[in-house]
Design a protein around this ligand. Structure first.
Ligand code: PMP
Length: 407
């Protein structure tokens, strides 16, 4: 197949041709949030200029048009992640809200004293704290799958930690801090041997690789729109109907009811039951445009291109004295965390920024994971398909310059 044309796709993202501090922008903070193609920006602009209206309750032309756009976006999301029943797709603010919704459902219907929730040492805080609170509330116990020196899950420990009391496995698909790709399909199959449902946090998988939840076999899947080239404030929770039907409403109010009376209220079925109030219509329309954009990419080509960037950056950074890469998993997405002797990651971030190179410095909302590697923070370069080998070279040049400066 043809080589992925990363020069062409780069032109689709207006921000990538801007300058930062008089230098061309080298945007390597895609793990935190990705940039937006013109198609997404234009879809939101068009919505407000010509289609703005509230959904579901209107009978007028614009309301019907907005409702159609909103509901066809749901079908688009379903198709995008391999879901057959679009009603199982719930629009939420982001992965964080999606996980909180599931945690609420588990608190209300599944968890009691002594039950276990299995997470891993490489979870984002968004997939730790809601379960910690759920455990505190119900008397359940949080169990944690360890991670090896390379930043890979200990799959034997995973199997051993599944018990008769395990009510849920909550697992990150791709680590945002290390880039490790977890063998999600195999782990889901293992959990299912014991009839234990699995929630996958797909925040960092969806932007990098095609995802098919039917193939993965999981029971819940969450991701955030803003990391997959869409707007902020919109995300997706997918859950199997058998679970979502059991959960009580997470929030309540307008649009999620069937009938309200002072004697009592009846609720809609899914998805309406979980979408109280006026939703983020603009966000949903922007997300749909982002999915259209991603769907027209050569995704295998994009994946191969990102991998080539990762390999190039890993080789070149490894050659720098005193630089240590954290996370050397066999299966890695294009996310690269590193620390340097004597130089605090925040100083790395600030130094690189002066050269227009945007990386993230900090704990990446994975404090337990970084503690396991004996560091409080790392600098993280995370690539998207629109990055190029010049971006890698700018990163490497800036790091080399910094090392000389401090060295
Ligand atoms: N999980 C992972 C793996 C993430 O990378 C992030 C975002 N950094 C989240 C969860 C939380 O996503 P959001 O803040 O968009 O809700």
């Amino acid at each position: 197949s043809a080589i992925f044309d990363y020069t062409r796709v780069r032109a689709d993202f207006p921000i990538l041709s801007t300058e930062i501090r008089g230098k061309p922008l080298t945007y390597l903070d895609n793990g935190a949030t990705s940039q937006k193609p013109a198609a997404v920006i234009e879809a939101i602009d068009r919505y407000y200029r010509a289609e703005n209206s509230n959904i579901h309750r209107g009978v007028h032309y614009l309301s019907e048009k907005a409702t159609d756009a909103y509901e066809s976006a749901r079908a688009k999301v379903a198709h995008f992640i391999g879901v057959a029943d679009a009603d199982e797709v719930i629009f939420v603010r982001g992965a964080t809200e999606g996980i909180n919704l599931v945690a609420h459902g588990f608190i209300e219907t599944q968890l009691s004293e002594g039950d276990e929730i299995l997470i891993t040492h490489m979870e984002h805080h968004a997939n730790i704290v809601p379960w910690q609170l759920a455990a505190e509330k119900t008397g359940a116990v949080l169990k944690v799958v360890p991670v090896n020196e390379a930043g890979e899950l200990d799959v034997n420990a995973f199997s051993e930690l599944l018990s008769e009391r395990t009510k849920l496995v909550a697992l990150v698909h791709v680590s945002n801090a290390l880039g490790s790709i977890n063998p999600a399909k195999a782990l889901v199959a293992e959990a299912h041997k014991h009839d234990i449902p699995v929630l996958l946090d797909g925040c960092q998988s969806v932007p990098h690789m095609p995802v098919d939840v039917a193939d993965l076999g999981c029971d819940f899947f969450v991701f955030s729109g803003h990391k997959v080239f869409g707007p902020t404030g919109i995300g997706v929770l997918w859950g199997k109907r058998q679970w979502l039907d059991q959960f009580p409403p997470y929030q309540s109010g307008g649009d999620m009811i069937e009938r309200v009376d002072f004697d009592g209220t009846t609720f809609k079925g899914i998805p309406g039951k979980f979408e109280a109030g006026t939703p983020h219509i603009e966000g949903v329309i922007g997300l749909a445009a982002a999915i259209d954009y991603v769907n027209q990419l050569d995704r295998q080509g994009a994946l191969a291109h990102e991998h080539a960037l990762l390999v190039d950056a890993t080789e070149k950074l490894s050659a720098i004295d005193g630089l240590r890469i954290i996370g050397t998993a066999q299966q890695k997405a294009s996310i690269l965390s590193f620390v340097m002797n004597e130089i605090h990651p925040h100083d790395i971030g600030t130094f690189l920024d002066a050269d227009g190179v945007a990386v993230r410095a900090g704990h990446h909302c994975t404090q337990p994971l970084l503690k396991r590697f004996g560091v409080p923070a790392t600098a993280r370069a995370s690539f998207a398909f629109y990055n190029n080998f010049e971006d890698v070279d700018r990163l490497v040049t800036a790091v080399t310059k910094m090392q000389r400066f401090f060295g």
